[in-house]
Design a protein. Sequence first.
Length: 143
Amino acid sequence: MTNDQPDSINVHTAIGSVDYAAKKHRIILMLLAYSAIFGVICIFLPEEGSLLDFVVGLPMLILGISWCFTDADQHNHQIGKLMRFVLVLLFIIGFPLYIFQTRGIRGFKILALTVLLMTAMAVCAFCIMLATLYIGDALGLFE
């Protein structure tokens, strides 16, 4: 008498497997790319503060919040309503709170890396602004 069923079945399903590190890496690259775009846009913005400044900065806020939600999915953390509210309206306060809420004292490492990213974004935007001014001046756009 033979057994028709195999002893073990090795079934590997990739359903639901998400590469969170790659998603977060893409968000960081999008932040750097947008900082370059931001460098070009800043040249043409009026000097006085306006609603346009908010609109131009909105993609950075959206990317920052999406990083937090991707990170929360990766760590199986549920972001509450109050934290969502703080992340949207006061990201500069909400982001460190979220990091310390999910990582504790190890959050200082993430915050240090965030400062490094922000520095890279500022340098990128500044260099692109200078290049835009140089090219615009060479072409006679800024008279």
